[in-house]
Ligand binder design. Structure first.
Ligand SMILES: [Zn+2]
Length: 468
């Protein structure tokens, strides 16, 4: 049993902003009040700091095999990196291979995560194969705390489901309380364009973007929203990269539909113009949907401010540029001479909070409440973790970050903790960063010291969604 009293902080939740002390005991928040008179094993002075709920990154891919390569962070290195940036929960994706029962996929992912994770983690299920006889498996997963499913309209060779299967799965989740996430790009058209470009000798990394025009994302987003409307279920569109897809979400929400959208730091900060020259350095920017022309960035920021988009997650899925980094095999280099062989994914789990704070609060004048909502609270609600996670309240897990608005931090691969040899935001200085991070009541990061050990994170059996 240990207790911590956090004094003099400015507490921020999605809805409140006030000065108070927070008393934490046995992993949870026990008391909140003005000038608390309690005995604690440790007193932390949070004067000048924001006291915020730990970040929730609801979209990560640790140790994900994508065919020829496996993402370079495992559940230890990836969660250590997350914690350094103020994220105390991730929701990763157990991924069903075709022909594999979903339960077996979940067991595989849990076996990877359990000995290694330093922060709490949940699992979504990526469904790539759904014969009718496996529909009851979805119900069983919901009962076991895997309450969200992700379907793909892209990657015909590995993951794509046809519209009827997506619709069938949506109807089933309407019955069992599950929540539907969609990767929305038109995979058939993309595959055709990839082959066409390669046949024309257009093999450099920048052709990745040209093989996935924004219309392929806008069309698929429109389509899956229509399927969800017919199935009478809410739908969450992951990694919205273009204004076209965002506008489909906004239009659906304006009609009153329970449609939600996530974007990622790479779509808010990076642009096609950064890799348009065709050099292989552009492989750093290859992810799907692609990093688009700069003109898409500001509409995405505005959509976040206006609640047309609701969350920022990372889709963290790092691959190294050079063979041999920390003993890792060839990754991005697999695509030299053929952009379609570049493993898709970028790192971000460590810097998400930095980047949203900088771009949202510092540069665009968002309230701290909106920052907390976008980085933590809404994900907790949609993915069945609220109010255990995503807020600071009596009874909630003591996942607490002291965010120092005066702690400048320069992002660099030289100092980051992600196991990857580059950082797409290299050299960017942000005005604020965490000074202390607590996971279920234990201080896991303080100053420059990391204090957690592998296996300390717990698997989260999630409840069913609550609409924010
Ligand atoms: Zn993803």
């Amino acid at each position: 049993m240990s207790s911590v009293l956090i004094k003099n902080g400015r507490i921020i939740t999605a809805s409140d902003d006030y000065f108070a002390d927070v008393f934490v005991e046995d992993e949870a928040v026990k008391l909140i009040g003005d000038k608390l008179k309690v005995q604690a094993d440790r007193v932390v002075d949070a004067i000048g700091q924001y006291v915020i709920p730990g970040g929730i990154d609801c979209h990560t891919h640790m140790e994900l095999n994508v065919g020829a390569a496996t993402s370079s962070d495992d559940f230890e290195t990836g969660t250590v990196a997350a914690a350094h940036g103020g994220t105390t929960t991730i929701i990763d994706f157990a991924t069903q291979a075709r022909g594999q029962p979903m339960r077996a996929a979940l067991d595989e992912w849990l076996a990877r995560a359990e000995p290694k994770a330093v922060i709490d983690y949940g699992m979504h299920m990526i469904v790539s194969d759904l014969p009718d006889r496996w529909l009851p498996d979805m119900d069983a997963l919901v009962h076991e705390g895997v309450t969200s499913f992700k379907f793909f309209t892209a990657y015909p060779d590995r993951l794509m489901l046809n519209d009827a299967t997506i619709f069938k799965a949506m109807q089933r989740t309407g019955e069992n309380g599950g929540f539907v996430c969609l990767h929305a790009e038109n995979g058939s058209v993309i595959d055709y364009l990839v082959q066409k470009l390669l046949a024309e000798g257009k093999t450099a990394p920048n052709y990745h973007l040209l093989s996935r025009p924004p219309e392929t994302e806008g069309e698929a987003t429109h389509r899956v929203i229509a399927l969800a409307e017919m199935a009478h279920v809410p739908v969450y569109i992951v990694h919205v990269s273009s204004h076209l897809a965002m506008e489909e979400i906004r239009a659906a929400r304006d009609r009153g539909l329970p449609v939600f959208g996530e974007t990622c730091p790479q779509y808010l900060y990076l642009a096609y113009e950064d890799y348009a020259d065709g050099s292989f350095e552009g492989a750093k920017y290859i992810c799907s949907p692609p990093i688009r022309e700069q003109a898409n960035q500001e509409p995405l920021w505005q959509a976040l401010a206006a609640n047309d988009l609701q969350t920022v997650a990372t889709d963290h899925c790092p691959f190294c540029m050079r063979e041999g980094y920390k003993g890792l095999p060839k990754q991005k280099e697999l695509g030299i001479g053929n952009f379609s062989k570049i493993p898709n994914g970028v790192p971000g789990v460590e810097n998400r909070m930095h980047l949203v704070y900088q771009g949202g609060v510092v540069e665009r004048g968002w309230s701290m409440n909106r920052f907390v909502e976008v980085t933590s609270t809404t994900a907790a609600k949609l993915f069945g973790l609220f109010p255990r996670k995503g807020t600071i309240a009596v009874g909630s897990d003591a996942d607490i970050v002291l965010w120092d608005p005066n702690r400048k931090y320069t992002i660099s691969a030289k100092t980051h903790f992600m196991r990857v040899d580059y950082n797409p935001y290299e050299g960017l200085t942000v005005d604020g960063s965490p000074s202390l991070v607590m996971s279920r009541g234990s201080v896991i990061f303080e100053g420059d010291q990391f204090l957690a050990s592998p296996g300390q994170g717990e698997y989260l059996r999630r409840g069913t969604y609550m609409l924010p």
